[in-house]
Design a protein around this ligand. Structure first.
Ligand code: ADP
Ligand code: ZN
Length: 433
């Protein structure tokens, strides 16, 4: 075992005691330094000294993305600028981004989280890791970069884009692992095919480290079969650190949360009550020892579940379900709740469907129009209208079987839908709000 993995196996009672100790330090620290947190605690009538057991955390107020927007840029920063060494900002599709300043200690914890994930995936200092996540304000690139270096990998910081050159470097340097969004990897794979490069035959690639966007087990199976690699899941968010908050060990269908640093809770998003392990709800994190911008009970809007029972890999850190949905990704179509991941699961059941699709919603005065554009593989995109119509019906049946609605299915040829270098946007919602 690599020394970096040691905490993964910490005895549970020690882990709980450590979590409580860390909470009893971070909560008073936050209370003293961040006016918003202090005000909210006072309003709720709760004081840091009320935290006597882990259960008492539930008495403290939540933080939300809107708090970070309202307090932009530095209102939630707890450390003096003297101690800050880095800023990251998350995209925020509209308006102001959110800004998370980190101390050196914060960056070290984050890098350790990524390195522990990489070690869990089976990477070692002998691996050559290509980082094709975007570098910059987005946490993907620098997160994977520092984590890879911490484990001792040789890091190739290509960033996203310049796809053909990436494939050339991958071959020339004998890259064994790549970190990027699953959607960008699919783009890399199609480009390689066009260049006549076969990942199995012409590269040494064995591991893909994918995250930053939801991806179903069906897409994962497709990626593994296209490229002959193991596709590992890595989860995280800017507010809590970046990628490397949790990762998949390969023995269970979920992700171990590095809960010695990132304390997870699952809440009912309507009543805000804490739910017991085993129940699905909104994932909430408290950063136990990040001092730049501590997050106390931060509502991620990601939907998950903390699994009960111990994973057979022996790690004691709790396992959360893979993120199948983000609560704000949910679409309401004809009064029915639909998650894009359900559509993806249906589509991927049809072998002729390529892993590229787009969901388009628009509206007339009276009606929602719901269309799914689906790319099919070259061999299936025939000129024979009858064959295509039969395929279209099969695709419709697969989707309808899951969501119970009848969208308009439009089959399109290979390479027609937009590709992405970072997080992909699969839903185009043109409906009037
Ligand atoms: P933004 O919130 O602007 O997208 P981030 O880059 O911080 O900014 O993205 C974090 C979000 O990305 C998470 O809250 C989650 O919704 C999604 N995400 C990250 N990793 C994964 C993953 N492995 N699986 C599914 N979703 C993920
Ligand atoms: Zn495990």
């Amino acid at each position: 075992m690599h020394p970096i993995s040691k905490p993964d196996y910490m005895p549970v009672d020690e882990l709980r005691a450590m979590q409580l100790r860390k909470l009893q330090k971070i909560i008073p620290y936050e209370y003293e330094r961040v006016p918003l947190f202090r005000r909210r605690c006072d309003e709720k009538g709760v004081h840091p000294r009320d935290l006597a057991t882990l259960k008492d955390l539930a008495r403290f107020p939540f933080m939300k993305k809107t708090d970070l927007r309202d307090e932009y840029p530095l209102g939630l920063t707890a450390a003096p600028m003297h101690d800050i060494v880095r800023f990251h900002c998350s995209s925020g599709t509209t308006g102001k981004p959110i800004c998370i300043p980190s101390t050196q200690g914060d960056i070290d914890i984050w890098s350790e989280g990524v390195a522990r994930c990489l070690a869990m995936y089976g990477l070692t200092a002998d691996d050559i890791l290509q980082v094709s996540y975007g570098y910059g304000l987005f946490t993907g690139g620098l997160g994977a970069h520092y984590g890879g270096e911490k484990l001792g990998c040789a890091v190739l910081p290509t960033g996203a884009g310049n796809t053909e050159k990436q494939i050339m470097l991958m071959q020339d340097l004998g890259v064994t692992a790549i970190a990027c969004t699953p959607s960008y990897f699919l783009h890399l794979a199609t480009t390689a095919e066009k260049m006549g490069v076969d990942f199995r035959r012409d590269t040494k690639l064995r591991h893909g480290i994918f995250g930053a966007e939801p991806w179903t087990n069906e897409i994962r199976a497709k990626i593994e079969s296209i490229a002959g690699i193991t596709a590992h899941d890595i989860y995280g968010l800017t507010e809590i650190a970046g990628p490397g908050v949790a990762g998949n060990c390969g023995r269970c269908n979920g992700l171990h949360v590095w809960e010695d640093h990132f304390y997870p809770e699952i809440i009912d998003p309507d009543t805000l009550e804490v739910l017991p392990d085993g129940e699905q709800g909104e994932l909430v994190f408290t950063t136990l020892d990040r001092f730049g911008t501590p997050m106390i009970r931060y509502r991620t809007r990601d939907i998950s579940r903390l699994q009960t029972g111990r994973c057979e890999c022996g790690r004691t850190m709790r396992v959360m379900d893979r993120i199948s949905a983000r609560s704000d990704d949910m679409l309401i179509v004809h009064g029915v709740n639909v998650f894009p991941s359900q559509i993806e699961t249906g589509l991927m059941k049809v072998p002729e469907v390529a892993p590229h699709y787009q969901i388009v919603l628009s509206s007339t005065d009276t009606l929602d129009l719901f269309e799914i554009k689906v790319e099919v593989v070259a061999e299936a995109f025939s000129d024979n209208i009858r064959d295509l119509e039969a395929l279209r019906r099969r695709v419709l049946a697969a989707v309808k079987g899951i969501i119970g609605l009848t969208p308009k299915i439009t089959l399109v040829g290979p390479g027609t839908l937009p590709r992405s270098e970072g997080k992909i946007k699969r839903v185009i919602d043109n409906r009037r709000k």
